[in-house]
Write a protein that binds this ligand. Structure first.
Ligand SMILES: Cc1cc2nc3c(=O)[nH]c(=O)nc-3n(C[C@H](O)[C@H](O)[C@H](O)COP(=O)(O)OP(=O)(O)OC[C@H]3O[C@@H](n4cnc5c(N)ncnc54)[C@H](O)[C@@H]3O)c2cc1C
Length: 98
């Protein structure tokens, strides 16, 4: 599938998403600002599962958010990877309908 997917951030979630898309022959460009890793962690108590930030905003179609601060189970890298697994079908659906 041809696409114009850009991923900002080569953390666990960004690379997990790129990997899931690559499995379906969807190529993406990944941008990373830092030569070091690890920036985001959930920063407030109570921000768990669906209380975390959504993967999408209604105002900007085609913009998706993944990472340990977005809707996902668990903490740390587990959470970051899980957010990618949950968001991946939404990206695929968007690309198919774009
Ligand atoms: C000190 C510390 C220890 C930790 N220990 C553990 C542990 O033992 N086990 C565990 O499971 N979790 C641990 N964590 C948590 C884990 O590191 C995070 O949950 C995980 O890295 C989150 O992944 P992410 O992809 O959401 O974000 P990140 O890994 O932070 O990735 C985001 C990436 O985006 C890049 N970026 C940001 N803005 C831009 C931009 N404008 N342009 C381009 N790139 C950009 C950042 O440089 C970063 O590389 C630890 C965290 C910290 C801070």
């Amino acid at each position: 599938m041809s696409s114009n997917v850009h991923i900002i951030g080569a953390g666990v979630s960004g690379l997990s998403t790129a990997s899931l898309l690559a499995n379906e022959n969807i190529s993406c460009k990944v941008y990373e600002k830092s030569s070091t890793v690890v920036e985001s962690v959930v920063k407030e108590p109570g921000l768990v599962w669906k209380n975390k930030m959504s993967h999408e905003v209604s105002q900007v179609k085609g913009l998706f958010f993944v990472g340990d601060s977005t809707v996902s189970y668990g903490i740390g890298t587990d959470s970051a990877a899980h957010s990618s697994i949950l968001c991946h079908p939404k990206i695929i659906s968007y690309l198919k309908n774009a």
